[in-house]
Ligand binder design. Sequence first.
Ligand SMILES: [Zn+2]
Length: 479
Amino acid sequence: MEPVALLTAIALVPQPAKLVETGGAAPASAEVRYVEDASVPAEGYRLSVAEDGVTVASSDAAGRFYAGVTLEQLARPDGSRPCVEIEDAPAFGWRGMHLDVSRHFFTADEVKRFLDLMAAHKLNRFHWHLVDSQGWRLDVPSHPELAAASAEKRGRAIEGRPDENRGEDFAGPFYYTEAQVKDVVAYAAARHIEIVPEIEMPGHFGSVLAAHPEFACTDADGKRTGWNELCVGNDAAIACLEDVLDDVCRLFPYGVVHIGGDECSRNRWRECPKCQARIRAEGLADEDALQTWLSARMVRFLEARGKRAIGWDEYLLGDGISTNAIGMRWRGAGGAGGGPSNFVSAASLAAAGHDLVMANSRWVYFDYPQGLPDDPYVYTFDKQKPLDLCYRFDPLLGIPPELHHRVLGGEGCNWTERTAMPAVLEWKLWPRGCALAECLWCGPARKPPYEDFLRRLEVHRARLVEKGVNAAPLPPPQP
Ligand SMILES: [Zn+2]
């Protein structure tokens, strides 16, 4: 497309549910009139751009905000907008983006820019992966020793890639203060984004163990054996986590708290006297049931504070966990079974009454390479996840139709083992994040064909670059 055509074409991402071009244009000076209309669905809007003015109808503030996002995308360089009639509403209520700030730390200002780009794509859940073995990034008033012990480093240097590491002028502390969290919460709220803070347990637990080596499992002689997992038999460790969750509930004024739960090895628990004592005292069958016991306890703890728990899918393995708890699917597709012993299919979780959020590594993990020739950056993994694969993401895949209502939506994940710089993060995420946003806003029933998306994306990517986003190029045309 010619540059002028690029800048004047109607190219909305995500594509609205209904869009009719009515001819002519509204000048930049056109007045925007807002009306309340209870018949417009939640987060939806009706937008009329006419030569004599712009009218936005919505039933809530989010719908009004998203009409504004659409108006911004409609604006031509001179500020005028083509006349259109649009009716729009999202298919899924949970349209999320995750950011791992543990492997590499990103400042509060960088997080705000991340939120700006989410909002520009009508994404509304920011999953803030605040802690992992590599770093504890939240200053919690009840346990300041956690950030003090585990946020000294901004992340491990990416070997052999000096240009992909932070300069020496990027100084710590590499955690968020309470004041910064409040600031980010307010910033997100203004963009209709809810934050889902994550406190990982019982695996990926090394940053807590750095402050509290006594929370690790031991062998029968008392020698430390655990380096990455919580000793579930340790009452003081569980009390510490509950203090932390109390602080998190207070710091984040939202309904959902993420409690991790993935990739926890049971090997250390098997030989640890404290964990085995817990298994006996609680009448548990085995180490799998020990994780179930912990999940159930933390889910109840959050419920008592008016919050719902969410966690990576295996935290819901086993019986007796409140169905109020939400599963976040990170492996495979919805119905896929098999795999490791701690695998539970998303379809079976939905059948048991749990709501689900799909964040499948197969489609929407952006720490995989994107199939570009001469990509200048390094990725954690080798397997390619190109743009067209991301665009095939379907949160309902593998879930029986009668359980579709259990799927709240989905989100993409930005793990940062090999992403230290904001510019590199942007390259890996955009425009693949545009594909995710369209999958979640449109849903599988009305998602346009990939070629249609690509045509709009050519314009939209130019818009991102104009904003200073280090967006990756579109993939080369297929022969
Ligand atoms: Zn133990």
